[in-house]
Design a binder for this molecule. Structure first.
Ligand SMILES: [Mg+2]
Length: 318
């Protein structure tokens, strides 16, 4: 069984691999052509906004020991680079924050009801790892606060909660039925609950993966949170006994938003199997591998130490 430390490092690195290896297959012909040009950095596979924003979340949690919305918003805005494939809404929002507009104003200026995309969910795995030992209510509250900066729509929030709660439970060795139960209790929107019920029906009888085309049709493969977060949970759970390369090829076959689905499913797989199960060959191809590994180790040490002391994340503020 992997140690807790190994599971945390596994979730961070597997998410980055899922992102970097999924990115060349995302979107239509034009996007794929563009990524052929942008997608290599000194011969390595470049990761996208999913990994950048997850890195921002980890750095912020390490610095603040809790979710600090203003700190997070600044980090998101400062590390924004168009070439990492941010969506157009996120790009506008982050540029406004960088120019000094408060995030509370900027995010409503772009989407009046808040974004229901999967951009909050794609960076939620570190929150599940950090708040894994906390009460579920505290985890949900922290995830909602971290997500609201850019994705304030209830479905956008639910997507992030779904990924964080799943990663937290998987990193503690929970069974698939237990994960479905706890996730269901954490969600608030009918859209997401309906998708979750379908995923449970698909997965629990056999615990083996259904045809990817069926998963794409029934659970979705798009950029909306309701079309990708349950899909990623399904892939992560159904493929967690398979080698990591199997998860990558399955995600490609599901298609659509392959980098984000790969990042979220990868985090679940990594939290289950640990860093040591990741193939060295793929890690060698990953851009800034050493930096990501160092960050993952620092993060894992901080979480393990916090849990060992029984101190937990600060509940002051969030
Ligand atoms: Mg991306």
């Amino acid at each position: 069984m992997p140690t807790h430390h190994d599971r945390i490092c596994g979730a961070v690195l597997a998410s980055a691999l899922g992102d970097a290896f999924g990115a060349p297959y995302e979107g239509g012909v034009l996007e794929q052509l563009l990524w052929r040009i942008l997608g290599r950095q000194q011969g390595k596979r470049r990761w996208t906004d999913d990994t950048q924003m997850s890195v921002d979340v980890i750095e912020s949690l390490l610095a603040c020991k809790r979710v600090d919305q203003d700190d997070l918003a600044q980090r998101f805005a400062q590390s924004y680079r168009w070439s990492r494939g941010y969506g157009p809404g996120a790009a506008k929002l982050l540029k406004r924050i960088r120019q000094g507009e408060p995030w509370q104003v900027a995010h409503r200026a772009i989407y009046a009801n808040g974004s229901f995309g999967n951009g909050g969910a794609m960076r939620a795995a570190p929150l599940g790892l950090f708040y894994g030992a906390a009460q579920r209510e505290q985890l949900v509250q922290a995830v909602q606060a971290a997500t609201r900066i850019t994705h304030a729509h209830p479905v956008g929030l639910d997507g992030a909660v779904l990924i964080a709660v799943s990663v937290a439970l998987v990193s503690q060795g929970a069974s698939a039925p237990e994960i479905f139960k706890q996730v269901r209790l954490s969600l608030e929107t009918v859209d997401m609950l309906n998708r979750l019920a379908v995923a449970k029906q698909l997965l629990l009888p056999t615990l083996s993966p259904a045809p990817p085309q069926l998963v794409a049709r029934e659970l979705g493969n798009g950029i909306r949170a309701k079309d990708s977060c349950v899909t990623a949970l399904y892939i992560g759970l159904a493929l967690r006994e398979a080698p990591f390369s199997g998860l990558l090829s399955y995600t490609r076959a599901v298609g659509g938003d392959t980098d984000t689905i790969g990042a979220m499913a990868g985090a679940i797989w990594g939290a289950a199997c640990g860093y040591r199960q990741l193939p060295e060959k793929l890690l060698q191809e990953l851009e800034q591998r050493q930096y990501l590994e160092r960050l993952a180790r620092r993060f894992a040490e901080a979480v393990v130490q916090m849990d060992g002391q029984g101190s937990g994340p600060s509940s002051e503020g969030i």
